[in-house]
Design a protein around this ligand. Structure first.
Ligand SMILES: Nc1ncnc2c1ncn2[C@@H]1O[C@H](COP(=O)(O)OP(=O)(O)OP(=O)(O)O)[C@@H](O)[C@H]1O
Ligand SMILES: [Mg+2]
Length: 445
């Protein structure tokens, strides 16, 4: 128990019940930023970002580079609202504000910005930006006198020690949609872009990721690391090396192989050994070491998929335009499985990225059929209170009816690559181009 009232708490108490934005700005935002560790020389109001300006930007002083004077390389943005704006999670104004914040964070002059906060002094939420991806770092929290210091301490801890890695689980309940292929080729292409990558084979019954890279299966090492406190998960990782002739160098990324001990174990027994947070917890130090952690998951909603999805910041969902189940399963994951993991995890993640189509040729007629099916899925979801539009048509806006869905084409050399134990993107320039596009579409800013 603290006996003194913090300045942030005092500031909050002083706010009138219906404080408009200007008052929240004047009496709350500076105290908030100071509590988060920024001095007055490290905070700028009305920072120009893209088409507008964000209410507050902050960045620590580096040497003699003082943010107030150089105005470069912002680190954190705060988008403020008045108490008349409803920022409770899911409200229309909440969604609008999140969109606004994302626009600022993605502005070309703000590449260095890694964090965004929205607040009206009644609610607050922290978002993280990693490359192009923006995802929640806390849920949308209610602020009150008792909790405000605790919330500020939580946010401060996160922004002072950000995870280096973005953890992406590739998931679809439907089999054969290209989950494993996506993990292998994204891992390989991100490595080509100079990123440090860990690929995790969390499908121990099929082991496709491990075998497509010609890596020996784990015979208990991964299992022991997952179930024993003092064993690091990375100790079970294997480095995949591929010579690149054109570059006269070697490309390397790490792989956590599938473990045969986990193969075909009864679910009940596994449940007692592996808690839902087991993989997430064990990846803690990997999140400081790698730029990307990519997790391959099995085509079902059983223990391994559940642990893999729980461990993710974001879930990438491959689907097939001509397979209704793959589309319905994507919707089900977004409506049911991910919120389920979110409520257990409590930090606002995992969230879904928009779906993409993998493989299969798409004729205009087939595309039209797929769009009709998606319309039905969106309509059904809407009647249940879910807005799935951004997960299917991420470029759709009220002014532009853009039905674009990213697509990795069907291509024989992608399928054939596993035989050579080399990712297709390292052998073939079209495969290279397709996955470069995918990586840029979703991840690379
Ligand atoms: N873009 C593509 N072009 C051609 N073939 C592809 C493409 N993507 C995947 N494939 C092939 O389709 C098959 C299924 O792909 P993959 O194993 O990646 O799917 P999956 O979703 O991981 O399957 P499972 O659900 O069984 O784990 C594989 O033979 C793979 O080589
Ligand atoms: Mg697979």
């Amino acid at each position: 128990m603290t006996t003194t009232t913090s300045s942030l708490r005092a500031a909050l108490k002083s706010l009138p019940e219906n404080a408009p934005e200007a008052v929240v700005d004047q009496h709350f935002s500076t105290q908030l930023l100071e509590t988060l560790g920024f001095t007055s020389q490290e905070i700028l109001p009305q920072y120009p970002a893209g088409n507008g300006s964000v209410d507050k930007a902050a960045r620590k002083t580096v040497g003699d580079d003082v943010f107030l004077y150089t105005r470069t390389n912002p680190y954190l943005f705060v988008e403020l609202k008045g108490r008349d704006v409803n920022l409770s999670s899911g409200s229309a104004q909440y969604q609008k504000t999140v969109k606004q914040l994302k626009g600022y964070l993605l502005a070309p002059n703000c590449e260095t910005a890694q964090w965004g906060i929205i607040t009206n002094s009644c609610h607050i939420q922290l978002f993280r930006k990693h490359g192009k991806v923006i995802y929640p770092a806390t849920p949308c929290l209610e602020i009150n006198d008792e909790k405000v210091d605790e919330i500020a301490a939580l946010i401060r801890k996160k922004i002072e020690r950000p995870n280096k890695a973005l953890t992406i689980t590739v998931y679809n309940n439907k089999g054969g949609v290209g989950k494993t292929t996506t993990v292998v080729n994204l891992a390989a292409i991100l490595t080509l872009f100079g990123k440090r990558v860990l690929a995790v084979d969390f499908d121990p019954n099929q082991q496709d990721l491990t075998s497509s890279l010609g890596i020996p299966l784990s015979e208990g090492t991964v299992f022991n690391a997952l179930t024993q406190k003092d064993i690091e998960l990375q100790s079970a990782a294997h480095t995949y090396k591929s010579p690149v002739r054109s570059r006269n160098s070697e490309l390397k990324f790490d792989v956590l192989p599938a473990d045969i001990t986990l193969e075909d174990q009864p679910q009940v027994q596994l449940r007692s050994l592996l808690k839902t947070n087991a993989l997430h917890r064990k990846l803690e130090s990997a999140r400081q070491e790698y730029d990307y952690i990519l997790i391959d998951s099995p085509p079902n909603w059983r223990i391994y998929s559940q642990l893999a999805v729980y461990a993710a910041d974001v879930v990438l969902i491959p689907a097939k335009h001509n397979n209704l189940f793959s589309l319905e399963n994507a919707a089900m994951a977004i409506k049911q499985f991910l919120p389920d993991a979110q409520s257990k995890k409590g930090d606002g993640t995992p969230v879904a990225l928009p779906i993409f189509f993998n493989g299969e040729k798409i004729t205009p007629a087939q595309l039209e059929i797929a769009q009709k099916e998606i319309q039905n899925i969106l309509k059904a979801a809407k009647s249940e209170g879910f807005n799935l539009l951004p997960y299917f048509y991420s470029r759709y806006t009220s002014s532009r009816r853009d039905l674009h869905i990213p697509h990795v084409p069907s291509y024989a050399n992608i399928a054939g690559a596993a035989f050579s134990r080399v990712p297709a993107v390292y052998r073939d320039r079209y495969a290279h181009e397709y996955y470069t596009n995918l990586a840029k579409e979703y991840f690379l800013q």
